[in-house]
Design a protein around this ligand. Structure first.
Ligand code: NAD
Ligand code: IPM
Ligand code: MN
Length: 352
């Protein structure tokens, strides 16, 4: 049997609740398809920060480097500033391992009503491709004149030709294997240096993909269109911040952010890729055993696909479709009463 070594970082809050659910599903689907997983669990988290003063050890990336993939639950705790927790763990992994594509698929499932009129299963099926290592997420900038009337904050956004082009190439190639349509999120009417550059690179990239149709939409109008006509999208590509915002919006169109998966990909496979649901640590519901594990489980399916197990991935996706369409079992965020464990148990029946 194929044997995969997975680095597991449950993290904080509901990350610790949805990660075991994903592992249970991986083990069950592995038993069915002849794949073995061993997990190296890392306790890197806000709890670790409180105890030892760092989210992860100084050689953290080296400890992850030789795994086939990284699975992460979520990071963040109300007691620790987000710039410490996220920039001490999640962001360094994305950047250090050149995971420049953040792939975030969205589907409306039968049995999970969308809050959006006309958003039916089979009709809404698109992918957000988010630039994941540069753009608006930069450490360049600073605060000046603290406490004075002249107080100010400045933050630079960084868009490089190489960094933008590689994620656009990924998006156009992906669209070529899907319905052949790219929508680029822009705001070149308001942000007059970086986003006109982004638009130029989109047009240049499109030349190399003559079979793929493309359009660009200003991010504000695009948000409205995703709500009003979600069925028209195939691949939406956006900068780091635009892609972040679009992915929670898209998840809401599908019924909630608890069901959205994400893959932080290093397409060249120089380094391990990282798989984590779109949602965060949800401190408001953490510790109650009611988090929706669907996003984490779908994320596990993306990891299977990345590891080359396309059939096993579709077993998991099929089980998700069946448990939602065929049983009334839902976590509270989707209007049900099931716990994380009950939902996972019901799903496992369809995986086996
Ligand atoms: P969040 O995604 O944690 O929560 C937003 C809302 O969605 C909350 O009401 C929460 O209860 C609900 N929700 C999220 N996931 C759910 C699930 N699986 N099942 C049921 N309900 C769910 O976003 P936030 O409140 O902005 O952030 C909380 C913390 O998580 C912050 O520290 C933030 O920085 C961090 N965060 C981390 C990641 C990550 O590690 N990848 C992603 C996003 C946010
Ligand atoms: C996400 C999260 C992170 C991001 C935060 C927690 C830094 O919102 O993965 O979508 O913005 O990338
Ligand atoms: Mn986000």
């Amino acid at each position: 049997a194929t044997h995969h070594h997975i680095a597991l970082i449950p993290g904080d809050g509901i990350g610790r609740e949805v990660t075991p659910a994903a592992c249970a599903v991986l083990d069950a689907v592995g038993a069915r398809h002849g794949i073995r997983f061993s997990y190296d669990e890392f306790d890197w988290s806000c709890a670790r920060y409180r105890e030892l003063g760092a989210m992860m050890p100084a050689d953290g990336l080296d400890r992850l480097r030789h795994h086939d993939a990284i699975f992460l639950g979520a990071v963040g705790d109300p007691g620790v500033p987000d710039h410490i927790s996220l920039w001490g763990l999640l962001i360094p992994i994305r950047r250090g391992f050149r995971q420049y594509v953040n792939l975030r698929p969205i589907k409306v499932f039968e049995g999970v009503p969308s809050p959006v009129r006309g958003a039916e299963p089979g009709v809404v099926d698109f992918v957000v491709v988010r630039e994941n290592v540069e753009g608006e997420y930069s450490e360049i900038g600073g605060r000046l004149n603290r406490g004075f009337p002249e107080e100010m904050a400045v933050q630079e956004a960084v868009f490089t030709r190489a960094g933008v082009t590689r994620v656009l190439e990924y998006a156009f190639t992906l669209a070529g294997s899907r319905r052949g349509r790219v929508t680029s999120a822009t705001k070149s009417n308001g942000i007059v240096h970086t986003l006109p550059f982004w638009d130029e690179l989109v047009a240049e990239t499109a030349v190399g993909h003559p079979a793929v149709g493309w359009e660009q939409e200003h991010i504000d109008a695009l948000c409205a269109k995703i709500v009003l006509e979600p069925a028209r999208f195939d691949v939406i590509v956006g900068s780091n911040l635009f892609g972040d915002i679009l992915s929670d919006l898209a998840a809401a169109v599908a019924g909630g952010i608890g069901l959205a998966p994400a893959a932080n990909l290093n397409p060249e496979r120089e380094f391990p890729s990282m798989f984590e649901p779109v949602h965060g640590s949800a401190p408001d519901i953490a510790g109650r055993g009611i988090a929706n594990p669907l996003g984490a489980i779908w994320t596990a399916a993306l990891m299977l696909e990345h590891l080359g197990h396309v059939e096993a991935a579709s077993t998991v996706e099929g089980a998700l479709v069946e448990v939602l369409a065929g049983t009334g079992i839902r976590t509270p965020d989707l209007g049900g009463t099931a716990s994380t464990e009950e939902f996972t148990k019901a799903l496992l029946e369809f995986v086996r």
